[in-house]
Write a protein that binds this ligand. Structure first.
Ligand SMILES: Nc1nc2c(ncn2[C@@H]2O[C@H](COP(=O)(O)OP(=O)(O)OP(=O)(O)O)[C@@H](O)[C@H]2O)c(=O)[nH]1
Ligand SMILES: [Mg+2]
Length: 193
């Protein structure tokens, strides 16, 4: 995909702040620190478009990015970080749920997990919930560079099994070229107007 332009559009803390639903959207969801924001930068080949951090809880609002004036990438706040107060987590959850259930132009949710960790209850709940709302999704197991080559296949199978999903997780590393090409190939048909 040739990226001619990629710009930060806005951050939303309430539904009313969402931009008008005019273009196809792809959202990035998952636990805090799994690499959602980094994956966006890696797909767009931009190092610093989206702020990332080694400290979990970096993305606290729903951030909309406009790409090629053609589609939006939507970076969601991560869940499951204990240091974020419960009241704040629950506010995010309401906002993210409202976004995921209501947004008409949302074409796919990229669910990201850290390949080294077992899926959590919240990961499974997210998938159940997306299935309930019949949202198309793909699963990416991130940070695959942290595994030994021989471990990759087994770990991906374990994640699939633990999630009891029919979706086959794609192992990706944003530190390397990873599976960018495969991810874009899945996204192309979804972002055509
Ligand atoms: N080794 C490795 N590190 C990664 C990869 N992707 C992300 N990271 C690192 O993981 C940390 C978290 O990345 P972020 O992209 O900020 O994670 P996030 O999911 O957006 O986190 P929140 O915004 O807190 O929800 C950063 O230190 C990244 O450099 C990867 O593929 N491999
Ligand atoms: Mg983030």
């Amino acid at each position: 995909m040739k990226i001619n332009s990629a710009e930060f559009l806005l951050s939303a803390s309430t539904k009313r702040q969402f931009p008008p639903a005019t273009l196809p959207e792809i959202a990035f969801a998952g636990r805090s620190n799994v690499g959602k924001s980094t994956l966006i930068n890696s797909l767009l080949n931009r190092k610093k478009l989206v702020k990332t951090s080694a400290t979990p809880g970096k993305t606290q609002l729903i951030n909309f990015f406009k790409i090629n004036d053609q589609f939006f990438f939507v970076d969601l706040p991560g869940y499951g970080y204990a240091k974020v107060p419960k009241s704040v987590q629950s506010k995010w959850q309401d906002l993210v749920e409202a976004y995921l259930s209501e947004r008409e132009t949302l074409r796919n949710v990229i669910v990201i997990l850290d390949c080294r960790h077992s899926p959590t209850l919240q990961d499974r709940q997210l998938l159940d919930w997306l299935n309930y709302y019949e949202r198309p999704l793909m699963i990416i197991a991130s940070k695959i560079d942290k595994l030994k080559r021989g471990q990759v296949k087994k770990q991906l199978q374990k994640i699939k099994h633990d999630l009891s999903t029919e979706h086959v997780p794609l192992g990706h590393s944003s530190m390397q070229y990873g599976k960018r090409k495969e991810i874009w190939e899945k996204l192309f048909p979804l972002i055509e107007n």
